[in-house]
Structure formats: C-alpha cells, structure tokens
Design a binder for this molecule. Sequence first.
Ligand SMILES: [Zn+2]
Length: 133
Amino acid sequence: MIIFKPEIAPSDICRVCPYVRIVLSYVEAYAIDNDINDGVVTVTSIMSDRDSGIHEDGRAVDISIKGDWTSFHCNRLKHQLNKKFGAEWGTKPSELDVPPRVLVYDRTLADGSKDHLDHLHLQVRRNIIYSFD
Ligand SMILES: [Zn+2]
C-alpha cells in the first residue's frame, strides 16, 4: 500500500511522469515482499521540493525510510532498481561522473565525503520513449 505524508497533495501522484509510478510500484513490491513497514510505503514529496527542480517537473518522488528501511534494504533496492531501469530511464546531474539512476540514496558532501539521504529519491529522465522492447 502507498500512503502520503499529510502535508502533500496525494492527487499529485496522478500528475507525475508514469515511469516514476512504475519505479514507485517496484518500491512498494519490495516493501511487501520484504515485510518492510507491513508493506506500507510513505510518499513524502511529489511535485514540490525545496532543493530540486526535477520534482516540480513531475519526474521525481521521495519515499520515507523510517521504520524498517535499514541501510541494507535501501542499498539493495538502490542496486536492483538502478540495474533494472537506470540506463534506460535514469538521470543524473551533469557535474557528477556516475551512471544515470532512478533511485538516489547517496549524496556527496561539500568536503567530498559520502553519506546517505534521509529518504529514497526516485527520479526519471525527460523524454523517455515508450517501447515494448
Ligand atoms: Zn527528491
């Protein structure tokens, strides 16, 4: 099940790029199959986000990692989703020398060290061409 943080408009999920919803469905399936938070996924940000134009563009959704979302699960899901969808649907900041990603969990700090976001950021690139292939 997918629920929404009270401060956000749930109907915004209908306005985002459909490929974001596909990635979100995989997150939900992972949560159900691994009994994370009883299979309940909490969306914390859809169209609006303080620090990211990609949300306003309807190409990103944030997920809460409170509760059973251990770093093990966050990292495993990150690897699985980026392997499955990253090259085809993912995106990345032009200044970062990393492969395109649909799930972002790591961030690089000003001093060059790495840590983790306090949420899972799902994102897709612009102009994905629908294909059965
Ligand atoms: Zn985000």
